[in-house]
Design a protein. Structure first.
Length: 202
């Protein structure tokens, strides 16, 4: 079940680059591939090759793009993460790369005072407030109490942390930083957001 959390107006700064739930219409590519380790079709290889991503699977592409330094992010490439695929486009060509069955990529940008509205995470344009910060993270399955993540991670240069979770997961994420804490419910269903920007640390 999708959960939509609305941040207070005082704490929201709208930044360009992330896709809303409605978003722009996505035209599926004739071929969809790119699961972890599998080759992508030639049509996709052309687009990916121009950005140094040829020969890489979807999981590797997502991990690499989300971790890029902001200054190194390609201005002519967008990559929008959906629950079961990634839409990659350079403005003239668009391909859809499948995420492996059973996996879901959730990007979380914890914040102190400013954030932005986001539903589908953009790997090349989304920006969060806390870049390069050590954040304590705990992700728990609410159905049986299983702890999936319990560690300290450093936010990427874009201010996000990325998590590969089971698809169909219902649980919670708790983050701590500099004596501040935030917690919220998360889900990874077929209509769930891949971008979480409403986790305020207080």
């Amino acid at each position: 079940m999708k959960r939509v959390i609305v941040a207070s107006a005082m704490s929201v700064l709208l930044l360009a680059g992330c896709a809303t739930e409605s978003g722009e219409p996505v035209t599926p590519a004739p071929q969809s591939a790119g699961a972890a380790g599998s080759p992508v079709p030639a049509r996709a290889e052309g687009l990916l090759g121009r950005h140094g991503l040829a020969g890489k699977g979807t999981v590797q592409i997502i991990d690499e793009l989300d971790r890029l330094a902001v200054k190194d992010r390609p201005a002519d490439l967008t990559a929008s993460v959906r629950p079961d695929h990634v839409v990659v486009s350079d403005g003239t060509q668009q391909v859809k790369l499948a995420i492996p069955d059973g996996r879901f990529y959730l990007s979380v940008a914890p914040y102190l005072s400013r954030t932005h509205t986001c539903f589908y995470h953009s790997l090349t344009t989304c920006r969060g407030e806390l870049a390069g910060r050590e954040i304590g993270v705990k992700i728990v399955d609410e159905t049986d109490g299983t702890v999936l993540v319990d560690e300290t991670r450093t936010t990427f240069d874009n201010g996000f942390l990325g998590f590969w979770l089971p698809r169909g997961f219902e649980g919670s994420v708790r983050m701590t930083y500099d004596g501040r804490t935030g917690e919220t419910k998360i889900s990874t269903g077929e209509d769930a957001p891949t971008c979480l920007t409403t986790l305020q640390l207080t």
